[in-house]
Design a binder for this molecule. Sequence first.
Ligand SMILES: C[S@@+](CC[C@H](N)C(=O)[O-])C[C@H]1O[C@@H](n2cnc3c(N)ncnc32)[C@H](O)[C@@H]1O
Length: 396
Amino acid sequence: MLDRRAIMTATTALAGFFASAFGAKTAVAAPAPERLFKGDVENRGSDGRLERLPTLDLESGQDFLTGFRVKVNGDFSRIALRRSRKVLEDAGLDRYGDYPMAQVVKLFENDPVIGTNTRLWLSSQQLTWKAIQDYFHDNAEKYIAEMEAADEQGPGTLELNPGIEPEYTKHEIHIQPGGYVGDEFAGHIYHYGTNMFFDGKNNQDEGHIAHAATINVPEDGKVNRILELGSGSGQLTVATKERFPDAEVWGIDVGGPMVRYSHMRAVDLGVDVNFAQRLSEDTKFPDNHFDVVFSHLFFHELTKEASEKTIAEAHRILRPGGVFFPIDLWSRAERPGVQAHQKYSYWWNHRWNDEVWFMEYAELDLEGTMAKVGFDVNERVRGKRFFEDLTGTKKA
Ligand SMILES: C[S@@+](CC[C@H](N)C(=O)[O-])C[C@H]1O[C@@H](n2cnc3c(N)ncnc32)[C@H](O)[C@@H]1O
């Protein structure tokens, strides 16, 4: 007869081996009493800014998947890149040439090596979401009570407006089950899931803290009010408040579960940030209100129409001289110099990773749209491969 306990132990040990092989941590930290808010549920304490996943089994599984994702993003992706060059060569095409999206898709979509790489990437994502969602659903009562307890506590405020969600926001973007608006644990799922997306290098919000440091400020240096559009699980909003401790900082998101989780996490970290369930295209803030409005990994998940409305809205709520700072993946996939392999990733993300609006984003002229509503747009810094550093200043 199979000894289930022995198998589980061996599996956990194996996961632990992979985790340590990839540098992940599995040591259990005791909960720090000062980090507990009234009603806080912390099964296994916190590791710095990260509240540990509630069971060792779940944490080990996530560590394993993170290690696997590192492998996929590294060695396996390099194999797929080499393969894409061979496909181009076999077709008599220059590997650095600019080819239209339709041609790129035709060349690569049925290639087994490139397809396997995509499949491995997607599977790591699916397994990550599923394990986290299952745990919180199985223990829903406890974690709903925890959010209810945090709803009323500070620092910072929470505003929920259920029912505002437009249809285009109801998709399971990047195959996150339930999406941002359809699962009451969307914030938990997104936060723990994206730890894996960042190759395990964002457990302490390292990526978000680094982005907060890049946010440009108005020329006169006055930063009294700041807003993040599409604040997700609030990691960047919190990091921004830490960079600008004297400013009033807001995060808005269409997802009620997203802002609810963000507020709870900010309460847990003791950071005074306000979160509200509101739409980026209709923020309800007064004219000329903010000094800085920014976003991160946001516009590629909007329709073109919502992007245009959002940029106009950002312009309305910024004061003259105020700064708009959207950070995202490159838009305009058809711009010169985008290699075929990278262009193909727009398409497979759209087709298989449920990035429903990615192709609209791939066609969006972000800078042109900003200029059209009245921003002075800076020159893009091209130092990084995927992220734009693009600033719009509201003309005085
Ligand atoms: C990829 S997440 C980015 C989260 C966060 N900025 C970060 O970097 O971790 C995009 C977020 O935008 C939100 N969102 C999508 N459409 C929105 C809209 N029209 N108004 C406000 N938030 C929206 C989603 O709910 C989601 O939380």
